[in-house]
Design a protein around this ligand. Structure first.
Ligand code: ATP
Length: 283
């Protein structure tokens, strides 16, 4: 069964056509990253799936449920999903542990509060008031609130914005553990390395439309893109774009009679491919 099925989704705000016919299927247990520039329509799409925004047209099923519905079934459905929104509301003068405990009360099968605090690395701030947290610590609390309900499906909208590199790596490890538990995750991020590290598939969205859905290694023909071999030749750095980097390297090995000075062989990064897809060039 698929966790998410979307077809023909549209949403406009007045004259702004934010989402213009999106089709998307995300399998149960999959980690899917939605990539796209500011204003592409990611948050609009995700918040429609979460039941927080209305849509103009299209079919949406999230864990088999239409997020537009209300009532008891909607409350049961909400119990099965976890959400980390892009911006958070302030929960006043509660401590970290009090806030997480409070939220755990909303769910029928919550995780242990202590375990969640540990997962997001907030042990030392457990007794601190929310308003005294740094931006990155605050974001970790948001993630804690997203996973406290032990969700089958987790929505993460730019979860690591403001994290220091260590916190990002710790967060990635947490996502790997959730993947191991079979949690389906829909992630939006502006960090291409994050998408590459975490997602089985990525979808690029631009101006309200899906440009391509693929694996991070195959997106935009990346796996078959030419490699760039570069090396030092005297005072000069030389390079050659090639489909056969091994051949070029062996030719150079013969030319230099051994070690090739400052040899590198690179292929386009996910970021290079992504920027090209959304029409950003450096020329
Ligand atoms: P970002 O990466 O900056 O978070 P996004 O891909 O999430 O961007 P959305 O927030 O979905 O983009 O916005 C898509 C478009 O819809 C933008 O042009 C935005 O200005 C517009 N928009 C979003 N929300 C509203 C709203 N509540 N009212 C009017 N216009 C909106």
């Amino acid at each position: 069964m698929n966790a998410i099925e979307v077809s023909g989704l549209t949403k406009s705000y007045g004259a702004v056509h934010a989402v213009q016919g999106i089709d998307l299927t995300i399998a149960t247990g999959e980690i899917f990253a939605l990539l796209g520039p500011n204003g592409a329509g990611k948050t609009t799409t995700v918040e429609i799936l979460e039941g927080f925004r209305s849509r103009d047209s299209g079919d949406v099923r999230v864990l088999g449920f239409d997020p537009r519905e209300e009532g008891k079934a909607a409350r049961q459905w909400r119990n099965r999903i976890g959400i980390v929104l892009q911006s958070t509301s302030d929960s006043g003068d509660l401590t970290v542990v009090e806030t997480i405990e409070h939220f755990s009360g909303y769910y029928s099968h919550p995780r242990h509060v202590e375990e969640v605090i540990h997962s997001v690395g907030l042990e030392e701030k457990s007794g601190a008031l929310i308003r005294t947290l740094s931006g990155g610590q605050r974001r970790r609390l948001d993630v804690a609130l997203g996973i406290i309900g032990n969700p089958e499906l987790l929505f993460l909208d730019e979860p690591t914005t403001g994290f220091d590199p260590e916190a990002r790596r710790a967060f990635w490890a947490l996502i790997e553990r959730l993947r191991g538990d079979g949690t389906t995750i829909l992630l939006t991020t502006h960090y291409l390395d994050e998408a590459e590290a975490l997602a089985g598939r990525v979808g690029v969205i631009n101006e309200g439309k899906i440009v391509e859905v693929s694996t991070p290694t195959e997106l935009g023909g990346r796996s078959t893109a030419q490699a760039l071999v570069s090396w030092r030749d005297g005072a000069e750095i030389k390079s050659e774009a090639t489909d056969n980097p091994t051949f070029v390297v062996s030719k150079l090995t013969a030319q230099f009679n051994g070690e090739i000075p400052e040899l590198t062989v690179t292929r386009p990064s996910l970021e290079d491919i992504y920027l090209k897809m959304i029409g950003v060039t450096h020329e």
